[in-house]
Design a protein around this ligand. Structure first.
Ligand code: SF4
Length: 192
């Protein structure tokens, strides 16, 4: 599907078809990615989600994790977007591979979301934004000491905005269980 769909006067924009096109593009690089259209206003925000970040080992140790997020009204910001999609993957693991799979799946999701953002940018969505799963892990050696090494590519975890990811995903029949067993579900959100 082409840019015409979004720009031609009188042409009905179908977000589902657009999402499928965007997903097909992402799957050229990441074939095991899935996505489902969501309503941004249906995300479930909870203070306790944000509180759990406080007790994470990444708190104040990652440039895109709390408290290093802008102090904005996230529920309001989400509703400023017309469309959203959960983007997710399932990665199998064994006990001995858990940590590695955990890190790699987070990075794979992150890179997928960036590709989708680029697709949106190229199709007339200048303010599209995405949120990943878990702390940003783009830098192999960990976060830069003085500042973020990749400010344009780094992204924040969805849960860092206060979204209860498990409950919100459950509304769309995506099951995320903790502790994970046999496979890890990594889920992020893209808004446009
Ligand atoms: S891009 Fe690198 S420095 Fe920036 S938040 Fe991610 S891991 Fe940290």
């Amino acid at each position: 599907m082409s840019i015409d769909k979004m720009g031609m006067e009188g042409f009905m924009y179908d977000p589902q078809i657009f999402l499928e096109d965007m997903l097909a593009d992402a799957r050229n690089i990441f074939p095991d990615i899935y996505a489902v259209l969501v309503k941004p206003e249906e995300m479930i925000f909870e203070e306790r989600s944000a509180m759990n970040c406080f007790y994470c080992g990444k708190y104040n140790r990652n440039w895109k994790c709390p408290p290093n997020l802008p102090k904005i009204d996230y529920p309001k910001m989400f509703t400023e977007y017309e469309y959203g999609a959960f983007v997710y993957l399932k990665s199998p693991f064994a006990d001995e591979t858990y940590e590695d799979v955990r890190a790699q799946s987070s990075i794979r999701l992150h890179r997928t979301l960036l590709r989708m953002e680029k697709y949106l940018w190229e199709h007339g969505n200048a303010v599209a934004i995405s949120f990943g799963a878990g702390s940003c892990k783009l830098c192999k050696g960990g976060c830069g000491k003085e500042r973020c090494n990749n400010p344009y590519a780094a992204r924040s975890p969805l849960e860092a905005t206060g979204v209860n990811v498990i409950k919100s995903a459950g509304k769309y029949n995506i099951s995320i269980k903790f502790p994970p067993k046999d496979f890890i579900v990594r889920l992020g959100l893209i808004l446009w």
